[in-house]
Ligand binder design. Structure first.
Ligand code: AHG
Ligand code: MN
Ligand code: MN
Length: 328
């Protein structure tokens, strides 16, 4: 058994059969994550670690060998579960595993790929839905219909942050026993905090509301926020999200004027939606800057969305910058 799932975890899933199906799928993903964590821990001891795979994903991102390898591990792990359809950042189309099965899984098999060869925490993000009649219909929907949102972090700890709508739980891998064990039964994001995460090198490309908000963060006690603000940017969504879950703060990857970034960089289905579900269940908020991520209907599999999430108060403040500012 690769994970000891808490009794409270799936309480909000009404059907006992569906709870069993979800437990089985999470157990398979946990087993896959343990294998991925070993690959990450070996790092450059494996010859092609961090190397380019020579291919690009649907978003045009150059694929690292580990991106492709982790996707293969997850695809084969899901074959033994009650999963009908699998949508992955690393695959153009939806994979049909067994159309008679009840679940549909979306995944970013390896998040933070640009950090692979720098020994910085990276992870796997996933989302589990009840399957619909067709593969397409199983994913073209709003994120609020997720049964489960979760992400693994391969860092000093190998951990799993996960929710099924009854709060957000933290599990940590006990390496001696090879089992994920519950570490925090209900994660809680402080309502307010003074730490922001954004790739500041994109300053020239931001639209006015974000540019003004970040300038005010930099002004700190000498500006309208009236408090010194700290800044962190890891470049791994899972690592930034994990920090915010532990101590609060705000993460921003907004839309900007660069070509291809009209909707930011992060993908709605297998990055923003599962993270938003987890953050909301921990008492935080997740928007596209103005409206709730979980209410946004997916129209194309790999569509991007601007993403602002974290402590409720700063996320609501960013909304006012959009309301009060128009592009000059
Ligand atoms: P992925 O490696 O799956 O493409 O995700 C990388 C994402 C996310 O993890 C991170 O927050 C963001 O890209 C960093 O983007 P920049 O490199 O533009 O800062
Ligand atoms: Mn990612
Ligand atoms: Mn990825």
């Amino acid at each position: 058994m690769s994970i000891q799932i808490s009794g409270a975890f799936a309480k909000n899933i009404s059907s006992a059969k569906l709870r069993l199906d979800v437990h089985q799928t999470i157990t398979a993903l946990a087993k896959a994550a343990i294998e991925i964590s070993h690959l990450c821990a070996r790092g450059p001891l494996d010859t092609d670690f961090g190397s380019l795979a020579g291919s690009a994903n649907s978003d045009g991102d150059a694929q690292k060998s580990l991106d492709v390898r982790t996707d293969e591990i997850i695809t084969s792990a899901l074959k033994g579960t009650p999963t009908a359809y699998y949508a992955s950042e690393e695959q153009e189309g939806i994979v049909t595993l067994d159309r008679d099965k009840p679940l549909a899984v979306a995944s970013d098999p390896l998040d933070g790929s640009s950090n692979i060869d720098t020994n910085v925490s990276i992870g796997t993000i996933f989302s589990i839905f009840k399957a619909r009649q067709t593969a397409e219909a199983s994913f073209m929907r709003a994120g609020r219909e997720q049964l489960v949102g979760g992400f693994f972090v391969y860092g000093p700890q190998t951990s799993l942050v996960i929710t099924a709508g009854n709060g957000t739980e933290l599990y940590v891998l006990d390496r001696e026993e090879g089992v994920f064990k519950l570490a925090i039964a209900k994660m809680h994001i402080p309502k307010d905090a003074h730490e922001y995460a954004i790739n500041a090198s994109n300053f020239q490309s931001w639209h006015t509301p974000i540019r003004t908000y970040i300038e005010d963060c930099q002004l700190g006690a000498f500006g309208p926020l009236q408090r010194k603000q700290n800044m962190r940017w890891i470049g791994s969504l899972v690592a930034d999200a994990n920090r915010i879950l532990m101590r609060g703060g705000i993460f921003l990857y907004p839309e900007d004027t660069r070509q291809g970034y009209e909707n930011g960089r992060l993908r709605l289905l297998y990055e923003a939606s599962p993270i938003a579900f987890i953050i909301e269940q921990a008492g935080g908020a997740a928007t596209n800057g103005q409206s709730r991520i979980l209410d946004i209907e997916l129209n194309t599999l790999h569509e991007r969305v601007p993403l602002v999430f974290g402590s409720v108060y700063p996320v609501s403040q960013v909304k006012t910058y959009y309301q009060n500012q128009v592009d000059s």
